[in-house]
Design a protein around this ligand. Sequence first.
Ligand SMILES: NC(=O)C1=CN([C@@H]2O[C@H](COP(=O)(O)OP(=O)(O)OC[C@H]3O[C@@H](n4cnc5c(N)ncnc54)[C@H](OP(=O)(O)O)[C@@H]3O)[C@@H](O)[C@H]2O)C=CC1
Ligand SMILES: CC(=O)N[C@@H](CCC(=O)OP(=O)(O)O)C(=O)O
Length: 310
Amino acid sequence: MSKLPLIFIDGDQGTTGLQINERLRGRTDLRLLTLPFAERKDALRRAEAINSADIALLCLPDAAAREAVSLIDNPKVRVIDASSAHRTDPQWTYGFPEMSPGQSERIASALRVTNPGCYPTGAIALLRPLVQAGLVPADYPLAIHAVSGYSGGGRAQVEQYEGADAANAAPFVTYGLALKHKHPPEIQLHAGLTQRPVFVPSYGAFRQGIVLTIALHARLLPSHASKEKLRAALERHYEGARHIKVLTAEQGTAAERLDPTLHNNSNDMTLGVFGNDGEGHILLCAVFDNLGKGASGAAVQNLDLMLRGM
Ligand SMILES: NC(=O)C1=CN([C@@H]2O[C@H](COP(=O)(O)OP(=O)(O)OC[C@H]3O[C@@H](n4cnc5c(N)ncnc54)[C@H](OP(=O)(O)O)[C@@H]3O)[C@@H](O)[C@H]2O)C=CC1
Ligand SMILES: CC(=O)N[C@@H](CCC(=O)OP(=O)(O)O)C(=O)O
């Protein structure tokens, strides 16, 4: 390619879009195309921008992301969609490079990449290698709990916590009580589960960061499974991964608490396996930034893969 690749962020004024913009600021290997604020929702201008881009990053609500894809008539345009519109669509490549051997290469050559959801990133990172290793049965009756920073709810929720009425924002909220959150189908598909997991999300009065936990009973696991075996399987899977680290047994013993903000403003994720052997209780944990590895950081990681060779 003679010219530097042209990148368009649709939704660049939103929570995810702004952080992608920040991460790309100062890059000299690409050109960023932005629309004036007043034109950011003008379908005609967006269509022109998307079709002139080499890669379009969609940081939009699901409906607007679907609309954006329908506006594409240039067959060369490549897309990274940060929304949940296409995450279980087999036509789209799932943008989680570390999830299996060859996934980075698939992303690097893909025309359509769907960025994982924030919570699914942690759940799939923990479960997929363990299910594939035969250490967690694919039909295990899973319950996944997670606490996120309020920015997971996008601009409207950020406004509640940072706007004029911030003093009245709840310190902690557990939600999704109808158990119909949008994430379980995505988690089930990409973790390789045969049963839909229960998902219990919460958010607190902190801007960004996630702690996600999954409790397991050893008596429901294969007899050869133990917390050491689970940890070793995760260590094997993520060996050499730049952004995902597994706590060693010593680090796990020393850890007394998990801070959701540990990896804020980075693309890193820490996984941990804790347990009480006497009770046969095991706890899988993931800590990461909902706007880092959970959204904007992951989008830039995928963008960098797709830019290889352009
Ligand atoms: N926040 C998070 O932690 C994560 C978010 N995501 C996903 O990323 C996507 C964006 O989320 P987030 O950044 O949080 O949301 P925000 O609400 O913060 O941002 C969405 C942006 O899209 C703009 N927008 C809405 N409708 C249109 C339209 N028709 N045409 C053009 N622009 C439009 C909004 O403009 P305006 O605000 O001016 O109306 C806003 O700037 C969502 O699909 C979300 O699921 C993924 C992982 C994590
Ligand atoms: C704290 C909070 O509100 N979180 C959001 C999830 C973030 C999001 O928008 O979902 P994706 O990560 O799939 O894009 C929610 O539960 O709807």
